[in-house]
Design a protein around this ligand. Structure first.
Ligand SMILES: [Fe+2]
Ligand SMILES: [Fe+2]
Length: 139
């Protein structure tokens, strides 16, 4: 039985609607990734490329949104938070596309693990801290 992980639950919300909506979209990309793993024996190179491009683009867009909010509200942990973003940005830019194309059944599960680890930990700690801070500033 395949272990689907990217189901959104209300406990993941950080209280800022634009951030929560973008996190849900990242989870949607995570579910697309799980679907590709599910049928990794017959995925096309184009489907793999589309997924990686979407993941890279949407992650950059999302990190930019949060970093912009941090600057707007003078968030005290901006440096630490941005370092965490940059580390993950580098991880997904470093995905070895030729290797992925050759062995999708091995590389896709590794990618899922790393996306899952980052998203859950980061949202529940760093993004939650940011959300609480912004909610306090605007109320
Ligand atoms: Fe973040
Ligand atoms: Fe985030």
């Amino acid at each position: 039985m395949f272990d689907f992980k990217f189901d959104w639950c209300k406990e993941m919300e950080v209280g800022v609607s634009i951030i929560d909506a973008q996190h849900q979209e990242l989870f949607r990309i995570g579910r697309d990734l799980e679907q590709l793993i599910f049928r990794s024996k017959n995925v096309t190179t184009q489907e793999l490329l589309n997924l990686i491009c979407e993941l890279r683009e949407y992650t950059s867009y999302h990190f930019y949104t949060e970093e912009d909010l941090m600057a707007t509200y003078n968030f005290p942990s901006t440096n630490q938070h941005t370092i965490a973003h940059n580390k993950f940005r580098t991880n997904i830019m470093d995905i070895n596309l030729p290797l992925l194309g050759k062995y999708p059944d091995q590389v896709l599960p590794q990618l899922k693990e790393s996306l899952q680890d980052f998203l859950f930990n980061h949202i529940m700690t760093a993004d939650r801290e940011l959300g609480l801070y912004i909610v306090k500033q605007v109320s």
